[in-house]
Write a protein that binds this ligand. Structure first.
Ligand code: DGY
Length: 324
């Protein structure tokens, strides 16, 4: 190993935690004004001892080959692991750390805010004000009206940490029912009075369908043509987990045909979504740039955990927050 181990950090990150890393490592950091490409990632990984990554940076055999055999540890600043080939990491004895827990509240707050904003058509309304449409349409009291959570049925797909935090917060808005689906009944559901139902029933009964489950090989495109056609025409769909859960062509069709009322997506495929993407042309679809964990405090905590994982991995010690 060189006198100081080298860490490649694939984007800007909160500076305070990085200072700890800099005391023992040489930090190479991506500082260009665009998201790092695969080629640039592979080039920068060459010869490093640790990688500090973030979704959607793909971490797989090809990247490890480009990095070289001295690579000891990968720290991903995320709870999601769909971008990491965990089997390949294990095969090569490369330690991997992630950041569960600390982002639950930030993601739940965003999910609730986004749900309310989508229900009340806020992004469409902002555009109408900026485009001068307000004065021409406020002749009608029903202009720009939306839906309320009070008295509604809210369906949560995946009552894990984030799903539960969303349910607790939404409860304050007094929905008539909270439904959830997943692999099994969750004892914690009692705290919010949530009812376990099959996926299909959740879709057909809910006014709001919120995806909070993690993505795996089993649930890619869970929200497909069939799923959207099972939903109410007034339903609002919110996704704060991963774009891969959604068949975006089917969603586009559902939104343009009136099969569902609106969607709020914090996650898409790909990310970033190109500005000319058809979903971005729809007035009933709002897209955010994957901001779930994007509070200053949470991103700083995530960075600190990632730094601690990397430091432990470089010392050959167990990581404080290893992948399960
Ligand atoms: C996560 O941690 O997986 C988030 O989606 C990334 O911001």
């Amino acid at each position: 190993m060189a006198s100081k181990p080298i860490v490649f950090v694939s984007r800007g990150a909160p500076p305070e935690p990085l200072k700890d890393l800099a005391t023992v490592c040489e930090i190479r950091q991506w500082k260009e004004q665009h998201v790092i490409s695969r080629e640039e990632m592979m080039k920068n990984a060459r010869g490093v001892h640790a990688l500090f990554v973030h979704p959607p940076d793909r971490v797989d055999a090809e990247l490890f080959d480009a990095a070289g055999p001295q690579l000891k540890v990968v720290g991903t600043m995320s709870v999601g692991l769909d971008h990491v080939d965990v089997t390949e990491c294990r095969k090569r004895g490369i330690a991997v750390g992630y950041t569960p827990g600390v982002l639950t509240i930030a993601v739940a707050e965003l999910a609730v805010g986004f749900l309310l904003a989508t229900a009340r058509r806020m992004s469409e309304a902002f555009r109408a004000v900026h485009n001068g449409v307000w004065g021409t349409r406020w002749d009608n009291a029903l202009w720009m009206t939306g839906a309320e959570v009070a008295g509604s049925t809210v369906g949560i797909v995946g009552l894990g940490r984030i799903g539960m935090a969303v349910a607790k917060r939404l409860k304050a808005f007094e929905p008539a029912r909270i439904l959830y689906c997943g692999h099994s009944v969750k004892p914690c559901a009692k705290e919010v009075g949530a009812e376990f139902v099959p996926f299909k029933e959740l879709l057909s009964s809910s006014d709001f369908v919120i995806a909070t489950c993690s993505v795996s090989a089993d649930n890619q495109h869970l929200f497909n043509k069939e799923a959207f056609s099972a939903m109410k025409s007034s339903a609002i769909f919110i996704n704060v987990t991963r774009g891969a859960l959604v068949d975006q062509d089917a969603l586009l069709q559902a939104l343009t045909s009136g099969q569902i009322a609106a969607a709020g997506l914090d996650v898409t495929t790909p990310e970033p979504l190109p500005p000319n993407h058809p979903l971005l042309q729809l007035s009933n679809c709002s897209v955010l740039p994957h901001l779930g964990s994007g509070s200053h405090r949470t991103r700083t905590n995530m960075c600190r955990i990632t730094v601690n994982n990397i430091l432990a991995g470089l010392r050959g010690e167990p990581l404080p927050s290893p992948i399960p």
